[in-house]
Ligand binder design. Structure first.
Ligand SMILES: [Ca+2]
Length: 97
């Protein structure tokens, strides 16, 4: 299936709206790029590491509480573990704590 794309516009609710930003590098490929290829292009252009979407569900926080930092590390484990000892039974005496 062939689609169309427009440079400088984006679709929202059936309307094409002007993109409010700068575009300084446009490339059209005849094939789909891999995550690694897209990430490398981003890194080459910005010098900043790209955040891969495949770490998303485990990255729940970072040095700023509640703000994911694109890394799965001890801060995320601490966040997951923070609820382990909570008991949802009623009455609370049934929790055995
Ligand atoms: Ca994190």
């Amino acid at each position: 299936m062939l689609g169309c794309f427009k440079i400088g516009l984006y679709e929202s609710g059936g309307w094409w709206l002007p993109y409010e930003g700068d575009i300084d590098d446009v490339r059209v490929y005849s094939y789909a790029l891999t995550y690694d290829q897209v990430s490398q292009l981003y890194f080459d252009g910005s010098g900043e590491p790209a955040c891969r979407a495949d770490v998303g569900v485990f990255d729940v926080t970072g040095p700023t509480p509640g703000v994911p930092d694109c890394m799965v590390d001890i801060l995320d484990v601490r966040e997951f573990a923070s609820d382990w000892l909570q008991c949802g039974r009623y009455p609370a005496s049934e929790c055995g704590i």
